[in-house]
Ligand binder design. Sequence first.
Ligand SMILES: Nc1nc(=O)c2c([nH]1)NC[C@@H]1CN(c3ccc(C(=O)N[C@@H](CCC(=O)O)C(=O)O)cc3)C=[N+]21
Ligand SMILES: [Mg+2]
Length: 293
Amino acid sequence: MQLLNGKQTAETLKAQIAEQVDELRARGGKIPHLAAVLVGSDGASETYVNNKVLACERVGFKSTLIRLDSDVSEDALLAEINKLNQNADIDGFIVQLPLPEHINETRVTLAIDPAKDVDGFCPANVGRLCLGLPTFVSATPNGIMELLRHHNIETEGKHCVVIGRSNIVGTPMSLLMSRNTNPGNSTVTLVHSRTKDMAAICRSADILIVAIGKAEFVGADMVKDGAVVIDVGITRLPDANTKSGYRLAGDVDFAAVKDKCSWITPVPGGVGPMTIVSLLQNTLKAQTLRQQF
Ligand SMILES: Nc1nc(=O)c2c([nH]1)NC[C@@H]1CN(c3ccc(C(=O)N[C@@H](CCC(=O)O)C(=O)O)cc3)C=[N+]21
Ligand SMILES: [Mg+2]
């Protein structure tokens, strides 16, 4: 078994981005500027947004964090988004999900200028992805593609099973893996909560991508010998033996599965850091991509 080390890969890619920013600065180009909107103070969201801001500093981007109270009105949030849409210095921004119950996530997503939608969540960008046009590919699927590319994992003609059909991971992931690209060119099966005999389908996967949001859901009975296993899940499980009071678990039972795999991502240190690098890559290309919209 070999680890698909997202943390290390992310460091390598961040060093490359930092070099590109240095070149930009040297020729007087505009320094990329990413903004993030965080509503409320959920512990996990704080961590992720914090990691995004730190990553911006690491590569020399400008970053702006806009914090809003958890009881902010939808109209006030939409007004903030409109300001970011209009602000010429901001190249891209994200609104961290999930949002509080009283806010309609769809309405918020639709308010973001597609040319600044570095999450790739807007209809225009999802549509462009479907058609294979230049776009902001959403960060987690793009990070997984980068991880496969970086490790020269063979995907052509392989059976790739994606567990989960969310708009931000499962659905775009299944599209990307089926594309005529490298990585890509896989035969893709997307399975979900209504799938019959999910374990048997998963056992036939050469590449298993798990994004179901249930801690340690995938056990040894769902993994073929020699499979590549990508674990998107990240859940905080209560654990009295840690200082924080919790431990991080993936959607895969890592201890049970690892010896069957040819490659497997750890949690933490797998997909999470790659998600953040993708966001940086999207922000870096925002200025050139905008002209193709
Ligand atoms: N608008 C929006 N865009 C997102 O891209 C988005 C989002 N909302 N909401 C939540 C999910 C999740 N997500 C992660 C980002 C970083 C880590 C990450 O840094 N993970 C570290 C550990 C983090 C920790 O210590 O908890 C790791 O896996 O090694 C994880 C998950 C982005 N998401
Ligand atoms: Mg809601």
